[in-house]
Design a protein around this ligand. Structure first.
Ligand code: TYD
Ligand code: MG
Length: 452
């Protein structure tokens, strides 16, 4: 077997090196140099016998035929909705999430539920472990085949034999291809094995579902290019100490990324949560003053965040101000606005602010929730739990509009909120919402709305 030629490239600026370096000499970035294949072997293909000389023809867009039935339902409403109506034939899906969050469980559950021929390939668990898991899930199925294999060429051999309608791979980090020497999980292995799988998916119109590990900081382990290569990137998240899990689309070539799916991890697998407000109602006590929920966006993802504030009489001459997960300077500014523009005497009060869940928020849309949490604690008057807020506060005490307010409203509605407070100046194009939208212009208005 002729050896594949490799070279080292900086993933940031593209500089080429003969050997690995910690820092790129040309752009000075650290840890960006990665080994890549520059000369591929002749026979390389997912299917050894396939002709590689086929040339694609350009077609007029109107002449391209689209198969109407090109989606496969996963029999899982939450997942189908996140995907935009089911699995698209020939698409590649990547599911990321923390260890133990339930990725394998979710995909095995789906593999067992789809009434088609499914091949579930695991490089992480043995066949008997998977069988035990399937028994826990308690779904009778005879069409799902389990393979424990990590070599892609062997996987493709099994695929040719089995001719599955859907392929599940757990996980991409355990796969390796014979054509590269690097160990499984390395960047070049991940990229090459993904490329082989994509080629297979596109040529046979078979959907491939991949599980991907994530790194410490929450990104999918491996090169960023992995996320560019696949069609759909889903993130499975949640607190491992709680039973609720949220499935989000970070990228979806065939649908919107605004949808989320909610599940509950039970002893018999993941249950779809159709009415998400049950999470909010079951997790909180009724009358807690000093908390307010903000409808924020994290990157492109909507996120409902709980802001907690504690306002108490200062013990020392200089009142204390402390903020966790929020900019302290911005907190001071908001307190000054409350004092000067709205007449609240907070100058002699200690103010503590905390963003629940240890998250750090930069989105200015959280301002209104911060102010409401502070006022609620100051008045010792609780804000109803199904109210939420999305607006920025200006120096004059005016409530300013925020971007993508529709997406925030949609998320709030999805999570079961009844009322959302936004700026009077926010333009909303469609108003089919069930949630009540309250428009406010000044800090005094919100006070009158909530506490007066
Ligand atoms: P798993 O799917 O193995 O996580 P991942 O593949 O993301 O690492 O999920 C493991 C956790 O799920 C484990 O802590 C046990 C729990 N679990 C249940 O609570 N109920 C079940 O029916 C199953 C199969 C797992
Ligand atoms: Mg797993």
């Amino acid at each position: 077997m002729a050896k594949t030629k490799t070279s080292f490239f900086c993933q940031n600026c593209g500089a080429q090196y003969a050997k690995w370096l910690g820092q790129c000499n040309s752009c000075s970035e650290w840890n960006t140099i990665v080994e890549e294949v520059i000369q591929k072997e002749e026979k390389r293909n997912w299917k050894q016998t396939a002709s590689t000389k086929k040339v694609n023809k350009a077609l007029k867009i109107n002449d391209i035929l689209v198969d109407k039935e090109d989606r496969i339902s996963t029999k899982n409403n939450e997942l189908d909705r996140v995907l935009g109506g089911g699995l698209v034939k020939g698409s590649m899906l990547l599911l990321g999430g923390e260890p133990g969050i339930g990725k394998s469980t979710l995909l095995l559950q789906i593999a067992l539920a789809i009434p088609k021929r499914i091949l579930y390939v695991s490089g992480e668990e043995s066949q008997s472990q998977i069988k035990m898991r399937a028994e826990r899930l308690n779904i009778a199925n005879t069409n799902c085949l389990i393979l424990t294999e990590t070599n892609t060429q062997n996987i493709f051999r099994s695929i040719e034999e089995i001719q599955p309608d859907v392929v599940v791979i757990d996980s991409i980090q355990t796969l390796h291809t014979e054509y590269i020497d690097a160990s499984p999980g390395s960047i070049s292995q991940i990229r090459e094995t993904t490329a082989e799988l994509i080629k297979f998916a596109k040529e046979t119109a078979t959907p491939v579902l991949l599980i991907g590990h994530i790194t410490k900081d929450g990104n999918i382990a491996g090169p960023k290019i992995l996320e560019h290569m696949v069609d759909v990137v889903l993130q499975f998240e949640g607190d491992r100490n709680h039973t609720y899990r949220i499935l989000r689309a970070n990228k979806n070539r065939f649908g919107s990324t605004a949808e989320i799916g909610i599940y509950e991890m039970q002893s018999v697998g993941l249950r779809e949560v159709e009415n998400p407000s049950e999470i909010l109602i079951s997790q909180k006590e009724d009358d807690l003053s000093g908390t307010a929920i903000a409808a924020t966006l994290e990157g492109i993802r909507p996120l409902m965040i709980e802001v907690q504030a504690l306002v108490s009489t200062a013990v020392y001459g200089t009142p204390q101000r402390s903020a966790t997960g929020y900019d302290i300077k911005r907190l001071n500014m908001l307190l000054a606005v409350l004092e000067k523009r709205a007449g609240f005497r907070l100058g002699a009060k200690d103010v503590f602010l905390n963003i629940a869940g240890g998250i750090k928020v930069d989105d200015p849309a959280i301002d209104l929730a911060v102010i409401c949490a502070i006022l609620s604690s100051n008045e010792d008057d609780a804000i109803p739990q199904d109210f939420c807020f999305a607006a920025e506060i200006g120096l004059a005490g005016e409530i300013r509009p925020v971007n993508r307010v529709e997406q925030r409203i949609l998320e709030a509605e999805k999570l079961g909120f009844q009322k959302i407070f936004i700026s009077k100046f926010n333009k909303i194009s469609k108003t089919s919402s069930v949630i009540k939208i309250v428009k406010v212009a000044k800090v005094e208005d919100i006070y009158a709305n909530l506490f007066a």
